[in-house]
Design a protein. Structure first.
Length: 456
């Protein structure tokens, strides 16, 4: 990377405007609402889209409104286009905020508010990187197209519509995750299996809210008094986890608390449903089906018991989360969320699990398989962007793999690039979401130099 003093001066001159623009964007609670004319995701998101387009115009670019689903704007020239994908919608603010979540409070060098890190901050950083490239008159032999979507958090209908109406470029990046870079996203498949409950003593189980979360609570109702036996059977090294039992009309209610976590990192949590399977299995309740679930998936998150464990060099290990467990009206149902390595085949994983559990009476339902996404580290796109990042940061970092899906997987050759730095805590979707303002400026500089390098 060659240092460009003119570009650095242009970036610095924009700092004040960047921060004020972001604060204005944060003040709009752009949570998905009911559809209206030209506002498929509700009036607040429409207002956010109009505000963003006004700013884009003010900065000397020509925004296009793609039917209220997205807007876009381009700089540069030439045949090829590099896409930059960010989004303007936010998740609801939730509880636990120190400040009003849409007040855009600045304190101790940080800007607080819903959307600061996910994903308005990164969107503003990318937009002002483009503005700096214009101001510094950096020659560009390709085009950079910023696409600001309006439905990343709910259904990703925004980019589906964009792809249909406009068409997406093949290459690009999304500033909607972490630095240095995510170039690999594992495949994701959810597997639901059902079996008849032959042991009539097991009246009910309820555990889990979504397959992509490690359940933090599991509740079972068992015929007879098992209060003492259940408490004795319970074992967990983590002191935050516990079992409570009570007698209700001759039945034992067993209530187990674990620690929730995201399904892509199941080792960060303690699965309450698995602890329940352990207790029931030790008590001999639930028959062969419960015993099989416990023995095959009760003690690890790598799929060893199911025979699907494995890894590859670019993605690391397969992980599997037992996300939903229930017994209702005599049917035992379990749903796993499996994140499998790039070199694996999702259909093979599914059929292996179906085969192993079939002997215990389970039948697998048809389900979705979201294929893995990978851009090789040796590709020009990855090399150029990583060079810029490492030069500015003084590091020798490499891109890495994650188990979740990012916005970048919409592009054939798409990677996630920032804007969270490695040492920073991830505050997206949480109360007191905030960004470090100096790092916000640094990210804009990385984006400007990366865009220049990609368009050289
Ligand atoms: Zn996001």
């Amino acid at each position: 990377m060659r240092n460009n003093p003119k570009l650095d001066a242009a970036l610095e001159a924009l700092h004040g405007d960047m921060l004020e623009t972001l604060r204005r964007w944060i003040r709009i609670p752009s949570v998905r609402g009911g559809a209206a004319e030209n506002a498929p995701f509700g009036q607040e998101i429409r207002r956010m889209l109009d505000t963003a387009m006004e700013d884009i115009r003010r900065l000397g670019m020509n925004p296009r409104d793609i039917d209220g689903y997205c807007c876009d704007a381009e700089i540069g020239s030439g045949e090829e286009t590099i896409a930059v994908l960010a989004h303007l919608d936010v998740v609801p603010e939730g509880d636990g905020w120190q400040d009003e979540p849409y007040a855009a409070v600045v304190r101790d060098g940080r800007l607080f508010g819903r959307g600061t890190s996910d994903d308005k901050g990164p969107g503003v950083a990318a937009l002002f990187a483009m503005k700096a490239l214009l101001d510094a008159e950096v020659p560009m032999r390709k085009k950079i197209r910023l696409i600001l979507g309006c439905d990343e958090e709910c259904g990703m209908e925004d980019l589906a519509h964009y792809e249909k109406v406009v068409g997406l470029p093949d290459s690009g990046f999304s500033p909607d995750a972490s630095f240095p870079m995510i170039n690999t996203e594992k495949g994701i498949t959810a597997m639901t299996l059902n079996a008849g409950m032959e042991d009539s003593r097991l009246i009910s189980i309820e555990s889990g809210t979504r397959s992509n979360v490690v359940p933090g609570l599991a509740v079972a109702l068992v015929e007879g008094d098992y209060r003492e036996a259940a408490a004795e059977a319970f074992e967990c090294e983590n002191e935050a986890c516990e079992i409570e039992t009570s007698l209700e009309e001759g039945n034992t209610c067993i209530r187990i608390t674990g620690i929730p976590a995201h399904a892509s990192t199941p080792d960060k949590g303690v699965n309450a449903a698995k602890l329940l399977l352990m207790v029931l299995s030790k008590l001999g309740i639930g028959g062969a089906a419960v015993k099989a679930l416990y023995e095959m998936t009760g003690s690890e998150n790598e799929g060893r018991g199911l025979g699907i464990a494995g890894s590859d060099e670019v993605s690391g290990k397969l992980t599997i989360n037992l996300g939903l467990l229930s017994v209702r009206e005599g049917v035992l149902s379990v749903t796993y969320d499996c994140r499998y390595p790039v070199m694996f085949n999702g259909q093979t994983v599914r059929s292996m699990v179906a085969q192993v559990l079939r002997d215990y009476g389970f039948v697998m339902e048809p389900g979705r398989d979201s294929v893995p996404h990978h851009v090789p580290e040796k590709s020009g796109l990855v090399r150029q962007m990583m060079d810029v990042y490492n030069d500015i940061m003084g590091t020798e970092d490499h891109p890495y793999a994650i188990g979740g899906g990012t916005y970048a997987r919409h592009l054939k050759e798409g990677v996630a690039f920032g804007m969270l730095f490695p040492e920073e805590p991830g505050l997206e979707h949480q109360p007191n979401e905030s960004i470090d303002i100096a790092n916000f400026y640094k990210a804009a500089r990385i984006y400007a130099y990366a865009m220049a390098a990609l368009c050289e």
